[in-house]
Design a protein around this ligand. Structure first.
Ligand code: ZN
Length: 293
């Protein structure tokens, strides 16, 4: 299934994305709660949603507002730093150091308020930062609680996958040393356009991942270049912190980030940023200036 969160007549609901991607199906019957409730309700609820969709109501995709599939995650997002060797190399080169791959995933978190919709304006405060940078990432959504989960079992805890743009204020990242603030600006992280359930993604480590700014490709890689794969990441995090249904993990970005370019290139108001992961859809974000904080 491909599961979207839509807003229709002021109400938010979960809808299935049709095979052609051009229409959505709103399942029959009144359903309490949104995507988070659905994920937390477990496999029986997922199966009943699929059944209710069979006789559901079709709506054209451009007739509804597509929200982030998890518009308000219950907890902060997990994310990985330097999880593609090519990005690690460009980051170390920029710092004048020789690249050494980390031995364990570099894990940080992002404020859950950073999530915003997959299509439309992304408003960021240019009085806080002049160095907004892009990072296309494969996002993993947890479906079953993972606590001290073995690597061999870890993918069985994944609900599905989507695309994220981990927009980062590089000057804040440098100034505050730690990743959290620079990657937590409100509504700065487009997520979506929908969740593709894990059963429809045979190999999440064999997908083309790309990002363009104003139509010009800036990042282009494959998810097989991740330093730590998804199973290893889930195993390592859940050895220390339980992962709960509805948690989101961003799995790192490949090379081609703006700060590593010579000279560096950053986002400006009016820029159109498009992020794709093969088979999972495309985020399309217009950068606009938010009112100063
Ligand atoms: Zn990132």
């Amino acid at each position: 299934m491909r599961l979207a969160t839509i807003r229709e007549g002021g109400a938010e609901r979960v809808a299935l994305v049709g095979a052609d991607g051009e229409h959505l199906v709103v399942p029959q019957g009144e359903r309490a709660g949104g995507m988070l409730d659905l994920i937390q309700a477990g496999p029986t609820a997922w199966e009943s949603l699929a059944r209710d969709a069979a006789g559901g109501r079709r709506v054209p995709r451009d007739g509804v507002e597509l929200l982030a599939p998890l518009p308000r995650p219950e907890r902060n997002l997990f994310a990985l730093g330097l999880n593609y060797a090519d990005h690690g190399e460009e980051a170390y080169r920029k710092a004048g150091r020789e690249y050494r791959a980390p031995r364990h995933p570099v894990v940080f978190t992002k404020d859950r308020g950073c999530v915003t919709g997959p299509i439309g304006p992304v408003a960021v405060d240019f009085s806080l930062s002049q160095e907004f940078d892009w990072e296309v990432e494969l996002a993993v959504v947890i479906g079953r609680r993972a606590w001290r989960t073995e690597e061999a079992d870890a993918l069985g805890h994944v609900f599905g996958y989507c695309v994220a743009n981990d927009i980062t204020a590089r000057d804040l990242q440098t100034r505050h040393k730690q990743y959290y603030l620079s990657k937590s600006l409100p509504a700065s992280c487009p997520l979506g356009p929908w969740i593709t359930t894990a059963d429809e993604v045979p190999d999440p480590h064999d997908l083309v991942i790309t990002l363009s700014v104003n139509g010009e490709t800036r990042q282009e890689s494959r998810t097989d270049r991740m330093v730590f794969g998804i199973a290893r990441t889930i195993a390592e995090i859940s050895r220390i912190v339980p992962l709960e249904p509805g948690d989101v993990i961003l799995t790192g970005t490949p090379s081609g980030t703006g700060f590593a370019a010579e000279p560096p290139r950053y986002l400006a108001p009016g820029d159109l940023v498009e992020c794709s992961v093969e088979g999972l859809g495309t985020l399309s974000s217009r950068i606009v200036g938010a009112p100063p904080s």
